[in-house]
Ligand binder design. Structure first.
Ligand code: PMV
Length: 345
């Protein structure tokens, strides 16, 4: 009745930005990401069958101290626990503890790794067997689109190729079946590093949820949708053929696109900080020096700089020198979630 799982964060190459139905997490188009290895959430869930008390949700610090999770956090977690509990047909309460391997104040979104780990550990504690398809669908129901991709390793697309927006909105049963993640390639297929240049350490001002809600107010959003099908195809082909030049072009294009939409939304959202632009400029310089580095940013100021794995240490060292960069987290493509023998309580 106690189960611990860890799940990594992921970095989107083609972003999920805006939704046809935010509550059911129906995107306008597929997104593609690379699953990370070091930046992980570890979650222990204990299910107490028949217990009518309140569920307890705690955060575990690096030195092992457990403290109650803040209310904003517990509402979404509780809703997800309830969803899984009722699917398992069980009665009872939960005790949950979670820990992130990356600093809480690093401004790295923890919803992808957090909700993927919560989904897998809760299903484990309830004895609810989930295959990869079901895991991604359940992770999606947490409300986090990026969590849908974090249940798989390597290079991942969500939704699956058999998905269409019409199908998802049809409310037929098949809509749910196709709204899942699929692996495009394993981590081994293409060993890439992700050096995360931290230029902001506090929580971001505008959540991705607010950003998703505003996308259609940008005059550029329609154009993004028109460009999306060939862009996705270019990205898939670049991954399949390990074509670094093609990947650089398409990933940077889509990253800037997200921020163009955000900055032209009503009201506008400015995620970039001076350090963000400084890192982007340094990355272009590094490319001129012959390195295969390229950038992408999620809904925040920090810059994810990708490159072939054997260039990771050099790129990280270069980024640490850029004015405005507080620190650099060196991560890489990874194999995805795993169950953990050691519980958090
Ligand atoms: O997982 P969500 O629903 O918080 O959305 C994530 C959105 C981005 O991180 C900005 C892009 C992405 O595809 O991960």
């Amino acid at each position: 009745m106690k189960y611990t799982a860890s799940a990594p964060s992921n970095i989107a190459f083609i972003k999920y930005w805006g939704a046809l139905d935010l509550e059911r997490v129906v995107p306008h188009h597929p997104s593609i990401s690379m699953t990370l290895e070091q930046c992980r959430s570890t979650t222990t869930v204990e299910f107490r069958p028949g217990d009518e008390g309140e569920s307890v949700i705690e955060l575990r610090s690096d030195d092992g101290v457990l403290s109650p999770a803040p209310p904003a956090f517990t509402t979404r977690i509780s809703a997800h626990l309830e969803r899984l509990r009722s699917a398992a047909g069980a009665e009872g309460s939960f005790r949950v503890a979670t820990h992130n391997s990356f600093p809480a104040a690093a401004g790295i979104a923890s919803s992808a790794s957090g909700f993927a780990a919560l989904t897998l550990s809760t299903a484990g504690a309830l004895g609810l067997p989930l295959d990869a398809d079901e895991s991604s669908r359940w992770a999606r129901r947490s409300g986090s689109g990026s969590a849908t991709r974090s249940v798989l390793g390597g290079y991942v697309q969500w939704p699956a190729p058999d998905w269409t927006p019409e199908l998802s909105l049809s409310g037929t049963g098949d809509d749910e079946a196709s709204n899942r993640a699929v692996q495009l390639a394993t981590a081994e297929h293409w060993p890439l590093a992700n050096c995360i240049a931290l230029v902001e350490t506090g929580p971001k001002e505008v959540s991705s949820l607010q950003g998703h809600n505003l996308t259609t107010t940008s005059p550029h959003f329609r154009r993004r949708l028109e460009l999306m099908a060939p862009r996705l195809e270019r990205c898939r082909r670049a991954i399949e053929g390990r074509d670094l030049e093609a990947l650089i072009e398409v990933v940077e294009e889509d990253a800037v696109d997200l921020h163009l939409i955000a900055m032209s939304s009503q009201p506008p959202i400015y995620y970039w900080q001076p350090g963000t632009l400084a890192v982007m400029a340094r990355v272009r310089e590094l490319r001129k020096q012959g390195l295969g580095a390229f950038f992408t940013m999620d809904a925040g100021a920090n810059v994810h700089v990708l490159c072939p794995l054997d260039q990771g240490a050099k790129v990280s060292a270069e980024l640490a020198e850029v004015p405005g960069v507080h620190s650099v987290i060196e991560d890489r493509v990874g194999d995805g979630p795993r169950s953990e023998a050691q519980h958090l309580f």
